[in-house]
Design a protein around this ligand. Sequence first.
Ligand code: HEC
Ligand code: HEC
Length: 288
Amino acid sequence: MSEKEIDEVSGIETTGHEWDGIKELNNPLPRWWLWTFYGCIIWALGYTVLYPAWPLLSSATTGVLGYSSRADLAAKLVTAKAAQGDLLSRIETTEVADIVGNEELARFARAGGRSAFKVYCSQCHGTGAEGAAGYPNLNDDDWLWGGTVDQIYATISHGVRSTTDADTRFNEMPNFGTDALLTNTEIDTVAKQIASLSGIEGGVASPEGAQLFADNCAACHGDTGTGNAELGGPSLADPIWLYGGTLDAIKAQVQKPRHGMMPAWSTKLGDPTVKQLAVYVHGLGGGQ
Ligand code: HEC
Ligand code: HEC
């Protein structure tokens, strides 16, 4: 049943549609809506003339502006490459400490360093550079070989105890136990002395322990045990340990020390990448 009639209440003609006694008034569309609608149609027609739009058999209409998103991307890539090439060559010629001081270069270097770190360093140091037993955490301000950006740069460039780089960081803790430089009792006493420095369970400070430390250990670990970055001697007075912070781990290291090894990277990755890695590592939070 569809029959047009005049609605009694509003005096407006109905469309003749009726659902369960509810009838639809035949109001004209609002003018603003209509004009917006026409505007959209005109804009769409203009768009399809100017830009690629209508699908053809094997391609599409190209549009009179000749725009192509592929060409646009290619152009952007060329500009980005050029900008990067410029920054890379500036990194190559800038001292690493000056890169840190230059906001634009530092930002670029940190981004490049972050991605290189994921590829070359995370196996040993962890994806977040948090380290693991035997592999130092690079986020904290505890450094074996020094935490200025120049020192970090030198460590990464030449490695630690590398067999292929003559300028490598090198120093080896003596085999106090296996080479019989100290007796077992002496090792026990000096280990307890060290353990006492950072409050490790079983640690006991004693005059004998202090003397043994001064005679045998202070040269590499510092007079107060806080380390010596020139020689890669870790601080023994803080709660950060490379090989474990228990009395047993300390004794084991004095008996027969381990010597951590890190590859030299400058020959493998090239100097600009090593500089970016140094800036990145320095910026992780512990840089000095
Ligand atoms: C094969 C494992 C390994 C890889 C890969 C590796 N490292 Fe290391 N790294 C070590 C070890 C082990 C040490 C500690 C050396 C020591 O005992 O003195 C170290 C030390 C360091 C230090 C000195 C930390 C300090 O406290 O002074 C820095 C900086 C460093 N690595 C950065 C890097 C960067 C950057 C990369 C990637 C290019 C990398 N490492 C890749 C094993 C590795
Ligand atoms: C010739 C230098 C040298 C002397 C002397 C020396 N050390 Fe070390 N020591 C080192 C180095 C270098 C390391 C770090 C080893 C590594 O990076 O793999 C180290 C590491 C350690 C560690 C492990 C630290 C950690 O974070 O796990 C302990 C403990 C330690 N030494 C105790 C001693 C004691 C005790 C003496 C004296 C009896 C001593 N050292 C004498 C160079 C030395």
